[in-house]
Design a protein. Structure first.
Length: 239
């Protein structure tokens, strides 16, 4: 089993974004053996056949479980996360999901909810991480504010009002008649920050922050790990 160790000499940057002053961590040179990690995605267990769509979520593409040794190493992030996300009182770090992910759904097959920025959960104690295993040509990740409500993070208290507003606005905009990935500000959302994709770069942010991948149409929508927008998406809860 390959041990996917985190790089001890990473370049770590903290960005405070938007009006809600949300911290985002960007870590370059995240793992020591990124080529081995990519090879695992490409070659292990007939990877091209084992990537599949997950009916349980709205991810616009295919996923495959990350190796257990990678998931175990993510727990080493706990001190960084506790410090920069003001969670020093949280002693448990549970990785809920970690999976190779390739955004490859053709725009004309997108559902309206996939054309908008999204949040993963209203839970304040859950974090998301995108680890790029592709270069900048595949597009990074952006963060958004809902213009009419001014929300950048969707909490439990904001959830009902936000759902009502976005449902009405999506219907009024007739998104289904012009299907496309969001990649910048629109009439409904303002892009407040964007992180470029870079090979072996990780971006960590609260799961309730409105965000979306910058899916680059010029690269096509390949669903294989060699040509597609290969990342690892991870989610961790702190308790």
């Amino acid at each position: 089993m390959i041990d996917f160790k985190l790089n001890e000499n990473t370049a770590l940057h903290i960005h405070t974004v938007g009006e809600e002053k949300t911290p985002i961590i960007v870590i370059d040179d995240f793992v020591n053996n990124v080529d081995a990690l990519i090879n695992f995605a490409v070659f292990s267990q007939s990877a091209r056949e084992s990537f599949c769509a997950q009916e349980s979520d709205f991810y616009p593409g295919v996923r495959k479980a990350a190796p257990l040794s990678y998931i175990e190493r993510l727990k080493a992030l706990a001190p960084i996360i506790n410090s920069h996300f003001d969670m020093a009182d949280k002693s448990e770090f549970d990785v809920i999901l970690s999976a190779f992910s390739i955004a490859c759904t053709e725009p004309d097959k997108l559902r309206p909810i996939q054309m908008l920025p999204h949040f993963d959960t209203p839970n304040m104690n859950q974090l998301a991480m995108v680890h790029f295993l592709c270069d900048e040509t595949h597009g990074g990740t952006s963060f958004y504010k809902h213009k009419s409500l001014g929300y950048e993070r969707i909490t439990k208290e904001r959830l009902m009002l936000y759902r009502q507003a976005i449902k009405q606005q999506a219907m009024a905009q007739k998104l289904h008649k012009n299907p496309q990935y969001i990649n910048g500000s629109t009439t409904l959302f303002e892009q407040v920050y964007s992180v470029e994709a870079k090979l072996n770069r990780a971006v960590i942010y609260p799961s309730n922050l409105l965000h979306s991948g910058n899916i680059n149409a010029s690269n096509g929508y390949a669903c294989d790990p060699v040509n597609g927008r290969l990342t690892i998406s991870s989610f961790a809860a702190l308790r």
